[in-house]
Design a protein around this ligand. Structure first.
Ligand code: PLP
Length: 472
């Protein structure tokens, strides 16, 4: 095993600021060697752990080592992941297996490394990895057609990008371009749409926004799931000539704590948008692709948006892929000059191959229906598991396989996530609301795995109760 410490290189930089190319070559070669290794030896595993900890401390962000403590077991070793081991499981560098109930925050709907997605990406990789950028790339056209066939309402045109954040940026720009006389965009409290300036502006969490100063102008927030307040705000803004360009919402708030709105909310928002001439943007980056028991969560309420944002599971759990999908009247603002909004890598052939396969698998394996039935099973199982621990678990909620457990405070949620990880189940807090931990497994999770999750949850709650009782 070649040894090469980046910290040593840092030290030598103090004496000589020229890059030490031989160190760069040998270090990258050492990394390539472990990438090419099918099974790590104990020595290689130790090297990987050392490099990971050093790399995060010295070159990524030492803060992650602190924040990753819920997935820390036996020191930090176990927090270093290495390989998928099944559709709903993965292993750490030491070969310990975990049931994935985080699902990469909603990436792995079709499961980890679905063979059809891997095959599509491999085949495309063997032929052409990235596009010329100048000729017409066929997979982009096929994917856009598939998305148009899959999505509800009059959604027809797609712009492909690499992340949910970019999809939201695209949606906001489309909304402003649709009618430049209308500038105001309304988001919701507890909403989360990403962390670029535009997407952060429509997101809600103060702690994520405050350090970065002023946000996009003419963005306001209304309370989620409050139709009378939305009506009041639209009325007031219209009365003072600040017409609203768009309302952007998640149909079920993910990072805000898995908040399912009342049944009349989304239909009511749609009606208000129509009344006041505002576009309705639905961010289904997390709820889309079958997660909630329908292909798109808006289908639960029969509501179709003017603009839809997709990401996460859209790339089949293999490639980063996202999309902003719009009706023809909205998207046509880009027809005259398609270069108004572009990206080099968005819609690249590998991502399109993965997304086409993800759509195919989701439909072929009827995953939305599976999410609905498995969701009911897991919802009931989680409720049963927390029975008798109502002092620790305040609520179990969700739709389909977008489930969550709420605790009285952040620390309890954190302690339960940690205890579950120690017993081989990965769950994690939501970004805006740390009191809530999500249970978002691949939609293909097996019943026996779900039962193990219930067992682990119960054991973790019991362990927590015992440990708090022993504290003097
Ligand atoms: C609803 C929603 N929108 C947008 C985003 C941002 O997506 P990404 O992290 O891929 O940029 C997220 C991420 O959690 C999300 O949940």
């Amino acid at each position: 095993m070649r040894q090469c410490s980046p910290s040593a290189k840092r030290g030598s930089k103090i004496l000589d600021t020229r890059p030490d190319v031989e160190t760069v070559r040998s270090y990258t070669q050492a990394a390539l060697d472990v990438i090419a290794t099918e099974r790590l030896s104990p020595e290689q595993a130790r090297w990987v752990v050392g490099e990971t900890l050093d790399g995060f401390r010295e070159h990524v962000n030492p803060g992650f080592l602190e924040y990753r403590k819920s997935v820390t077991r036996g020191g930090l070793d176990a927090a270093v992941e290495w390989a998928d081991s099944g559709p709903s499981t993965f292993v750490d560098v030491n070969g310990r297996e975990y049931i994935d109930c985080l699902g990469g925050f909603g990436i792995f709907n079709v499961g980890h490394r679905h063979p059809k997605v891997i095959a599509a990406v491999r085949a495309q990789l063997g032929r052409m990895a990235l596009h010329s950028q100048d000729l017409l790339d066929p997979l982009r056209a096929m994917l856009a057609k598939a998305v148009s066939l899959l999505t509800p309402g009059a959604l027809q045109y797609s712009f492909f990008c690499n992340s949910g954040t970019e999809a939201v940026e695209g949606a906001l720009k489309l909304a402003r371009a649709y009618d430049p006389a209308k500038q105001t965009i309304l988001g919701a409290t507890k909403g989360f749409h990403g962390k670029s300036f535009g997407s952060l502006s429509v997101s809600a969490k103060a702690a994520f926004r405050r350090p970065f100063g002023s946000m996009l102008p003419s963005v306001e927030h209304v309370p989620f799931n409050d139709l009378p307040e939305l009506r009041r705000r639209l009325h007031t803004l219209s009365a003072v000539g600040e017409d609203v360009a768009a309302v952007i919402l998640e149909p079920i708030q993910g990072e805000g704590g898995v908040n399912v709105p009342d049944d009349d909310y989304l239909p009511g928002v749609r009606a208000l948008c129509d009344e006041y001439g505002a576009l309705f943007i639905l961010d289904e980056v997390q709820t889309g692709m079958g997660r909630t028991g329908k292909m798109f969560a808006c289908e639960h309420w029969g509501v179709w948006p003017d603009v839809l944002c997709l990401g996460k599971a859209f790339g089949g759990g293999v490639m980063p892929a996202a999309a902003v999908v719009a009706t023809e009247p909205v998207f046509s603002r880009l027809f005259d000059n398609p270069f108004l909004h572009t990206t080099t890598f968005g819609g690249n052939p590998l991502a399109c191959a993965a997304a086409l396969a993800a759509i195919n698998v989701t439909v072929e394996e009827n995953l939305p229906t599976r999410a609905a039935s498995m969701g009911e099973y897991m919802f009931a199982g989680l409720r049963e598991a927390v029975r008798g621990y109502e002092d620790i678990v305040v609520d179990v909620r969700g739709k389909g396989l977008m489930l969550a457990l709420e605790f009285p405070d952040d620390q309890t949620g954190f302690a339960v996530a940690k205890a579950m990880f120690e017993r081989g189940v990965l769950v994690a807090g939501t970004l805006v609301n740390a009191r809530v931990i999500r249970v978002e497994p691949p939609l293909v999770i097996r019943q026996d795995q779900a039962e193990r999750v219930f067992e682990v949850l119960r054991e973790s709650l019991e362990a927590l109760r015992r440990s708090t009782k022993t504290v003097p």
